[in-house]
Design a protein around this ligand. Sequence first.
Ligand code: GAL
Length: 392
Amino acid sequence: MKLKKIALAVGGFALAISLAACGGSGAGGTATTAATGGDATQASQAPADVTIGVAMPTQTSERWIADGDAVKKGLEEAGYKVDLQFGNDDIPTQTQQIDQMITQGEKLLIIASIDGTALTSQLENAAKNGIKVIAYDRLINNSANVDFYVTFDNYKVGVAQANALLTGLGLTERDGTKKADAPKGPLNIEIFAGSPDDNNAKFFFNGAMDTLKPYLDDGTLVVKSGQTDFEKVAIMRWSQEGAQKRMEDLLTSTYGGGKEPLAGVLSPFDGISRGIITALQPKYGTTMADGLPVVTGQDAEVASVKLINDGVQSSTIFKDTRTLAAQAVTVAKAYLAGQEPEANDTTTYDNGVKVVPSYLLDIVTIFKDDIKKELIDSGYYTQAEVDAGVAS
Ligand code: GAL
């Protein structure tokens, strides 16, 4: 890894001194030394004197609990103190949590935002106090004060979701080549996208739609509802209930209450997939073998992995939260040692104010046959967890 020395703003140490004076957490004696003429980098602080704020969006989705736990564990193993907060999918709750992390003198923030445009003033305040900000999985928009972004390749996730739909429908092999005995179509499908306030949702959607385009253009696939605009198909806050409701409405408006054929549904996230499946099952069958349409997903949430294992959900995209958490920890350690973290993408993620240096990780598509190798043998889940559909 290439590391460059950087000097951090002295402002953060001024805050640290005032907090040290009143006993605030994370403000160590070294900061005082720095502010009284020592080396003004955070490199001088022992990890045990540093608290890192970790703001996760919600506990309603198991992936963010796993992310939060993995980041906390990694930082604690490196010797840091960690203040882990979950925002209950409520923007004011998350902004308050971040405000508090700053006033408590925490030295670095790792944030998976609820609304990627709602944190401008918090981040301005963080910058004034010399606090580095790492956007975790979701980019924070409209702010110059996002220092780094760790994520998966979000466009590729969308491509993988569309390819998984095509494979699930029997149109392509796993490697993307057309199947000789592919159904001629037209096959009816419907499209779902993620939360419009999450920067990732558009990347997933664009990757998927670019991949499906040739099949839509030549009529192999038909979106029978005609709803293909992002704004029309997006599900606010990635809500399972919102997805179930939209799918039920589509069945009523377009599929004769479930009597018309529907071959597949592009879903961007396992929670949304489960909402869609709940709406479809009473009309089409309990499993794909019974006639349930092919439904994609993302995150390899254990409840959906069980559904895949049971032949209910077709696929998901595995984003290994252990790897993402480890990457966030690597970046945090670099900043706190006064160094510049390594990016592997410095062109893609423009947040409206600047291009944020990013580290993108790889993803894995999961069908039933992949569960053992990718999720169980890798130690992500136990067989018992997959069988139960619940992480212990
Ligand atoms: C996105 C994330 C997805 C999924 C979704 C809903 O930001 O990239 O992996 O978790 O949120 O939580």
